[in-house]
Design a protein around this ligand. Structure first.
Ligand code: INI
Length: 174
C-alpha cells in the first residue's frame, strides 16, 4: 500500500507573510479578514503574520518574491481583486498577477497561496469575499497551513529513507 502524506491543519508556531492589494480594498480587506480568521482558528498567532500592502494586483508578485527571499515566512498568502472593465486591462492584470505569483512559488519553493478574485462584476467579488460564495481569503489561509505542513511531512519522511538516484552522485568516467 502506498504511503499517503498529508499536512495537518495545526498552524501554531507557523509564520505567514500576506501581500494584499489596495486596489478594490473594499473587497481585499474582507479577504484579509477571512485569511486572518482562518489562521487564528487554526492556532496561528497574529504576531506571526506580517501584512504588506501594495497598490494593485500587478505589484503582488514582486512583493511576494521579496518576502520569500527573507526566508522568514513559512508561507505567503496573496490577496487581490481584479474586476472586469471595458478594456482588455483586466486580462493583463489577472493573467500577469496570477502567473507571476505561481512563478514565485516555483522559484523559491515556498508555498505561495493565491486568492486573487477575477470577476465579471462587483457582485461576484462580494459573493466570494464573505457572502454566498464563502471567503476565498479564508480558504487561502487554510490552504497555506496545509501546504506548509504537508511539505514538512514529505520532507521529514524523505529524510528518513535512503537517498535514491545514487548514480547522479557518481563521477562521470572521463
Ligand atoms: N489592480 C487590481 O488589483 N485590480 C484591478 O481590477 C485593476 N484594474 O482593473 O485595473 C488593477 N489595476 C492596477 C494594477 O494592478 C497596478 O497597480 C497598476 O497598473 C500600477 O502598476
Amino acid at each position: 500500500m502506498s504511503n499517503h502524506i498529508k499536512g495537518s491543519f495545526d498552524g501554531s508556531d507557523l509564520k505567514f507573510g500576506v501581500v494584499a492589494a489596495r486596489f478594490n480594498e473594499f473587497i481585499t480587506g474582507k479577504l484579509l479578514a477571512g485569511a486572518e480568521d482562518a489562521l487564528v482558528r487554526h492556532g496561528v498567532s497574529l504576531d506571526n503574520v506580517d501584512v504588506v500592502w501594495v497598490p494593485g494586483a500587478l505589484e503582488i508578485p514582486v512583493a511576494a518574491k521579496r518576502m520569500a527571499a527573507t526566508r522568514k515566512y513559512d508561507s505567503i498568502i496573496c490577496l487581490g481583486c481584479v474586476i472586469r472593465g471595458d478594456t482588455a486591462h483586466y486580462d493583463h492584470v489577472s493573467r500577469e498577477s496570477i502567473s507571476g505569483i505561481a512563478k514565485v512559488a516555483r522559484d523559491t519553493s515556498i508555498p505561495v497561496i493565491t486568492a486573487i478574485l477575477t470577476t465579471e462584476n462587483l457582485e461576484q467579488a462580494i459573493d466570494r469575499a464573505g457572502a454566498k460564495g464563502g471567503n476565498k481569503g479564508f480558504d487561502a489561509g487554510v490552504a497555506a497551513i496545509e501546504m506548509v505542513n504537508s511539505m514538512r511531512a514529505m520532507e521529514s519522511r524523505a529524510a528518513s529513507g535512503a537517498p535514491r538516484l545514487k548514480i547522479l552522485n557518481k563521477k562521470r568516467p572521463s
